[in-house]
Design a protein around this ligand. Structure first.
Ligand code: COA
Ligand code: AMP
Length: 639
């Protein structure tokens, strides 16, 4: 039976068609995209288990996001509304204006010698230039890689060395509620630390920052002022690329310190964006969408930038926080002021608003009648927050589950196609195109109600990762080997009797702090580099506000002469300096020993279960059960 209770519904029919004949399903969907050479076939399986979509199609994605709307007579329609709570300003770009900005900056990049296939790293705060730079790269066929501003220079350097960019595009700084974040010293430090020599740095000037372009004329690169170059640039026409050519690389945390460069193709992504905007989010021409994420994350790529613009909608780019800029009514102000029809945020933002304003008094008096649906993703939506948001807003609150790797939802309530009943705690049903299966440790399917590894049958639909940048082997080893014929999501969960998916958490050492994906392995690498630390473990423990918070446990080297307080302060400072403030690493405990198996593997899962107050399992392979006993007071302080 289908989740909506009848055999033939729009969702059930679409889902059945997508699994029966994926190629035919997606070739039909491809007609929503303007191609310079329309594809004659959908799926290229000649390199399975690596797949390509629309192998003989050619297009430019910015034609779909901009030119075609202008050509259709919608040049005066708002494309992008930049609303900065940090500056107290609002600026609207029409489709014609945004196209002009993109053409010009594409001309700037071309003028610097950037060519199709070369990479450009974008390290910008939430300003319109971030969107312009992304689209300008796409216009000339260059591959953008946006790096979130909360990462430290070392993380930026790691991405520079992996992507080997022809240019870095940045600004003088970003604005956080508590401080101004100077970007130029961070970029300079990253260029110093990286082995790859970046020929060009383009800087968008923002007032109010100490460091100026004039101070940074070195570090092996030529530094340029954005406005100066733009004033002299020629607008660049769109360059046709193959559907399978990479559009962007987006780095995400894996279980080790080395970030994974998720590669997104062009044509498959354009089709997935067009399909999901219409069928999942129910957003089309003339609608306004507010996605309160950051362009540095996948949600920002797909549903601040590409999705809404391909759909011909208006996207709101919000520079601000859910609370404190100036208060917990910020989102409701945005919805009222910009007549937002569809909003997208992370559960942690809703929890922060609820904590500051439990009765939503700041919503009273606001006209939010334009709002149709609130979507949330990034971490599990707990039933309490789901119920609260639904009650105060009076609109459906729709959880959707996906990952940087997939680029768009794996499970969602397909509101645009057919709204299905909602269930608290579930992101609803598998999205057409995704063969969601729950597998046990040996790869055998388990029945409804039984928790297991969530795996996706291959091929994945269009728009999902093509590979990891420059490393097909790592892609196969990380995702495709565990369950042959499947992509392993790294999440565990179960399907209920109605086919609804419940996502319970990660099976690996990736954690989710305030909707930000982080690697405990990367944090352990930093802690382990301290001269007083013999060994360490970082686990994600449940946190009421942030979903999870990282918690570190260190064993001192024999004879190490340092107080716990000083060591903790040094380690917190090191993680902040080497990974970034976004890691939000604040907790360290010194312990006598860490629990391990006889082969030396640290029992992080057991530690996590204890810290979360759950029933915990101790494997029979444990080296010394007494270590667990000794750890209990540290893992559950105050209990
Ligand atoms: N540049 C530089 N620093 C940044 C940053 C950026 N773009 N974003 C965050 N940081 C810093 C913060 O300033 C803070 O630094 P501090 O330790 O000096 O205070 C640190 O990183 C942690 O920030 P954050 O995780 O934002 O915590 P917070 O307590 O400041 O705010 C929330 C809590 C819930 C309001 C906030 O995390 C939030 O809005 N989360 C939603 C996340 C989201 O939308 N994710 C996208 C997935 S859909
Ligand atoms: P990211 O790649 O940053 O989008 O993080 C992806 C991971 O975040 C997933 O593998 C999940 O662990 C978690 N996640 C994202 N959205 C959800 C959701 N709606 N419900 C539960 N977990 C989620």
């Amino acid at each position: 039976m289908s989740p909506s209770g009848s055999e033939h519904t729009a969702y059930a029919d679409a889902y059945a068609a997508s699994v029966r004949d994926p190629a035919a399903f997606w070739l039909r969907a491809a007609s929503a995209v303007d191609w310079s050479v329309p594809p004659s076939r959908a799926l290229d399986d000649s390199r399975a288990p690596l797949y390509g979509w629309f192998p003989d199609g050619r297009l430019n994605i910015t034609v779909n996001a901009l030119d075609r709307h202008v050509a259709a007579g919608h040049g005066d329609r708002a494309a992008l509304v930049y609303d900065s709570a940090m500056l107290g300003t609002v600026r609207t770009y029409t489709y014609a204006e945004l196209l002009r900005e993109v053409e010009l900056f594409a001309g700037v990049l071309k003028g610097l010698g950037v060519t199709a296939g070369e990479r450009v790293i974008i390290y910008l705060p939430m300003v319109p230039q971030a969107v312009v730079a992304m689209l300008a790269c796409a216009r000339i066929g260059a591959v953008h890689s946006v790096v979130f501003g909360g990462f430290a220079p070392k993380e930026l350097a790691a991405r520079i060395d992996d992507a080997r960019p022809a240019a870095v595009v940045t600004a003088t700084g970003g604005i956080e509620p508590s401080r101004r974040v100077e970007y130029l010293p961070a970029v300079a430090a990253a260029l110093e630390a990286a082995e790859h020599r970046v020929p060009h740095v383009v800087v968008q000037h923002r007032d109010g920052f100490a460091a100026a372009l004039a101070d940074y004329r070195d570090h092996g690169a030529a530094w340029h002022d954005w406005e100066e170059l733009a004033a002299a640039a020629q607008p660049a026409p769109p360059v046709d690329v193959a559907s399978t050519d990479p559009l962007y690389i987006l780095y995400t945390s894996g279980t080790t310190g080395a970030p994974k460069g998720v590669v997104r193709d062009t044509g498959g992504y354009a089709v997935a964006m067009a399909w999901s905007m219409r069928n999942i989010y129910g957003v089309g021409e003339g609608d306004t969408m507010l996605t309160a994420s950051d362009v540095g994350w996948v949600v920002g790529h797909s549903y601040i930038v590409y999705g809404p613009l391909i759909a011909g909608a208006t996207t709101v780019l919000y520079e601000g926080k859910p609370v404190g800029t100036p208060d917990a009514g910020a989102f409701w102000r945005l919805v009222e002021q910009h007549r937002v029809a569809v909003m997208f945020t992370a559960p942690t933002a809703l929890r922060a608003i609820r904590k500051a304003d439990p009765e939503a008094s700041l919503l009273a008096g606001r006209d939010v009648s334009a709002l149709r649906t609130l979507f949330v993703a990034g971490e599990r939506l707990d039933p309490d927050t789901y119920a609260w948001a639904g009650r105060i807003l009076g609109v459906p609150v729709v959880d959707n589950w996906w990952q940087t790797e997939t680029g768009w939802p794996i499970a969602a309530n397909p509101v645009g196609l057919e709204p299905l009943p909602l269930k608290a705690g579930s992101p609803s049903v598998p999205v057409p195109g995704y063969a969601v299966r729950i597998l046990d440790a040996l790869g055998s399917p388990v029945g409804p109600g039984t928790e297991g590894n969530i795996a996706l049958g291959l091929p994945l639909p269009p728009g999902t990762l093509a590979t990891l940048w420059g490393n097909d082997d790592r892609y196969v080893a990380s995702y495709l080997e565990q369950f042959p014929g499947h992509y392993a999501t790294g999440d565990s969960g179960y399907l209920d009797d109605d086919g609804y998916l419940f996502v319970m958490g990660r099976t690996d050492d990736v954690i989710n702090v305030s909707g930000h994906r982080l690697s405990t392995g990367a944090m352990e690498q930093v802690l382990g580099s301290h001269p007083a630390v013999a060994e360490c473990a970082v686990i994600g423990v449940a946190d009421e506000l942030k979903g999870q918070r990282p918690s570190g446990y260190v064993v001192l080297k024999h004879g190490a002469d340092i107080t716990e307080e000083r060591l903790a302060a040094e380690l917190v400072g090191m993680v902040r300096a080497q990974i970034g403030p976004v890691a939000d690493f604040r907790e360290v405990r010194v312990v006598e020993a860490l629990p391990k198996t006889r082969s030396g593997k640290i029992l992080r899962k057991t530690m996590r279960q204890i810290a979360d107050g759950k029933a915990y399992s101790v494997p029979s392979t444990i080296e010394d059960p007494a270590v667990i006993e000794a750890l209990l007071p540290f893992l559950r302080p105050g209990r």
